[in-house]
Design a protein. Structure first.
Length: 173
């Protein structure tokens, strides 16, 4: 395996960041997948031990992570990046936010942090991505959004309530 230099790694990360910024504006999350992800990429999102979603290949990524998941109540959310850290063996770490719609009365954002561990192939396409964020804080954030009248009822029904039930089940088992 070739080892892309730091400039190439950062360019790949910048391409992902720009695509996410555009997707946040347009609420269309699949347009960039074929350009940024390798056809055989494995994308995993770990939800606090209560659920793991793994997509094998770019078609599944478009159908799950960026298709079904992003197009059901996530309108108005953005996912700004705070940092990109390059490492060895074609690896990147990105630090980002799950930022809900609107702002609090003090002007701060409704947001929780997340992190992605990314491996690139020789062509600087993503071949493996593992996302993590604090699900308990995400649920609390959604409660804040609901209190402020900013949480999508569709998101509450399709994602928040099932995740809370899974968390409670895990904690009481």
């Amino acid at each position: 395996m070739r080892t892309p230099d730091d400039t190439t790694l950062r360019a790949a990360a910048d391409k992902l960041i720009q695509a996410h910024a555009q997707a946040s504006q347009d609420n269309e999350w699949t347009f960039f997948v074929d350009e940024i992800y390798a056809p055989d990429c494995v994308y995993t999102c770990e939800y606090a031990g209560v659920m793991q979603v793994t997509a094998n290949g770019s078609d599944e990524i478009k159908a799950t992570h960026y298709g079904r998941d992003m197009q059901v109540g996530w309108e108005g959310w953005t996912f700004p990046y705070l940092g990109v850290y390059t490492g060895s063996d074609n690896r990147l770490v990105t630090h980002w936010l799950n930022r809900g719609p609107g702002q609090r009365s003090d002007g701060s954002h409704f947001e929780t942090p997340g992190i992605s561990f990314i491996t690139l192939n020789d062509d600087a396409k993503i071949v493996r991505q593992f996302d993590m964020f604090d699900l308990a804080h995400q649920m609390r954030l959604c409660d804040e959004l609901e209190t402020a009248g900013l949480l999508s009822p569709v998101l509450k029904e399709s994602w928040v309530q099932p995740m809370k039930a899974r968390l409670l089940e895990q904690l009481t088992a």
